[in-house]
Design a protein around this ligand. Sequence first.
Ligand code: SF4
Length: 269
Amino acid sequence: MTLPAELRADCARCAGLCCIALPFARSADFAVDKPAGTPCTHLQTDFRCGIHDSLRDRGFAGCTVFDCLGAGQKVTQVVFGGRDWRADPGTARDMFAVFPVVRQLHELLAYLAEALELEAARTLHVELRAAYDRVDGLTRGSAEALEACDVGAVRADVAELLRRASELARAGLAGRDHRGADLVGAMLRGAGLRGASLRGAYLIGADLRDADLRTADLVGADLRGADLRGADLTGALFVTQAQLESARGDARTRLPRHLRRPSHWATEA
Ligand code: SF4
């Protein structure tokens, strides 16, 4: 699957929104506390990160996991017509309020784009295309309309479509149903999870070494710290780059075609 260009982050066309609009709490992922709407102290005047090349070493692994999926440039260039909060401080409140909304809508667009490429779900393509166009239209609305957007309702509609697409893609594989399961720290080394539904499952710290996750549905699964070394995720459904970045893996981990191997996996042993 090739993610549409508009769903790929283009920091050069953004006003550093993720480094301002979002809050973070001091933890293993962030070295400091930062409230929403406050620029990170590492954000430079050109909207670039001053510690980009050493984020993990400096205690900001959480920043390497985040992917705006193109929401930053959409808000900056489309919703606000190229204005930015520094040159035009009057836009700041609205820009920061709209960014998380567009981020969530772009996430839905990325899932829908993937579903549209599933040959097994071709009977749903008209509905999927209509949903994509509807959500895309929302992302191009005014700041006022976006702030009023009921993202939860939009998400529920899209989730139902994705569930149907997933069932078509996994039909005949007799995959197990682990939707929403608490699998924190589970010992699943070598597990046969082909075609399984792991939608929204909690797999934090799970041992998934050498597991067979081919065509498994991983939408919304929490893979933080999960060990994917040697696992096979070929054709796994609705996996995001952020999920991979939050997990462990190595050169043997097989990935869905549209995702890249996280750079920090090179040091996994
Ligand atoms: S550390 Fe860098 S990437 Fe993370 S919020 Fe600050 S400026 Fe942004």
